[in-house]
Design a protein around this ligand. Structure first.
Ligand SMILES: [Zn+2]
Length: 287
């Protein structure tokens, strides 16, 4: 064994067959993507917003759900009210991530409701877990992946924001271990999905980033070398691999299979050169 660890062939066979699928629908003018694999589970509600139906203008048009962009805060608050009505989410139940492209995952409950919009933000975190049906987990996105986790046995959930740094740091595995630790989850029971994000064809990276991925995931071909061009990284493969290694079975992992950069109805930080808004992923337990 040298630096090149043997390829994880079993994983690659499973990855070839990984579930891919998405539903899209409008509710009160707001577009929502969802995963059929998650929607099938009773007692949970989830989705991922598109950019229509809100009050923001210009590059933020129109359902900008990011407070961290240079926009009128009241517009974003109004967009959240619109989102909540459209999704059937009670406005005061949301708990928002406070992302720093790290791997910190926090366990939250009803005492945290309102954090990030009505109340002070949570400490820096990119992932949230809970078993409290009184709150709605929210993470913000604009090319970065959303990782959804549902444990229908222990009735607990997790949601994470995973940009390339979080994916590299294996935040997905961190969510699984937090669910194990706090809620007694068996990883084999988890149903997981990866939301819309930048796809491998669109995600060009510098040599340094490519090398970091090759080092962190030596047993899968997640770095795609392009002749005469910059390398690409397959974040969806990286996402599935870290969940699989954490004990989530491949049949329980789904990809929305939607690229933010190629889809006009989504914001894309990279496509829009930063002059853009943000989408929200949400996940909650419904009694
Ligand atoms: Zn793409």
């Amino acid at each position: 064994m040298g630096n090149n660890r043997e390829t994880d062939k079993e994983f690659l066979i499973q990855f070839e067959r990984i579930n891919r699928g998405v539903k899209f629908h409008f509710s009160r003018g707001v577009g929502f993507y969802s995963s059929p694999a998650l929607a099938r589970l009773e007692g949970f509600d989830h989705g991922f917003t598109a950019r229509s139906g809100g009050v923001s203008e210009g590059g933020f048009a129109s359902l900008n759900l990011s407070f961290s962009r240079p926009e009128n805060r009241e517009n974003v608050m109004e967009n959240y009210r619109i989102f909540c009505r459209a999704a059937g989410v009670p406005f005061e139940t949301m708990v928002m991530d406070n992302y720093e492209h790290g791997t910190t995952v926090l366990r939250v409950d009803r005492a945290d409701a309102g954090k990030g919009y009505l109340l002070d933000a949570l400490p820096s975190c990119d992932g949230l877990i809970t078993n409290d049906s009184e709150i709605t987990l929210i993470t913000g996105h604009a090319d970065c992946m959303a990782f959804y986790f549902i444990d229908p046995v222990r009735r607990c959930i997790g949601l994470a924001h995973a940009g390339w740094k979080g994916a590299l740091g294996k935040i997905g595995a961190r969510v699984v271990s937090m669910m194990q630790e706090h809620h007694g989850t068996n990883p084999a029971d988890i149903i997981a999905a990866v939301g819309p994000s930048i796809c491998a064809d669109c995600f060009e990276v510098g040599q340094n980033v490519a090398e970091e991925f090759a080092a962190a995931f030596p047993d899968i071909p997640c770095v795609l070398e392009r002749a005469g061009a910059r390398p690409h990284v397959d974040l969806w493969m990286v996402a599935c691999k870290q969940l699989y290694d954490a004990g989530v079975s491949a049949e329980h992992i789904s990809l929305f299979d939607v690229c933010t950069m190629e889809t006009d109805r989504l914001y894309s930080h990279r496509r829009d050169h930063g002059n853009t808004g943000g989408m929200a992923a949400y996940l909650r337990i419904v009694q």
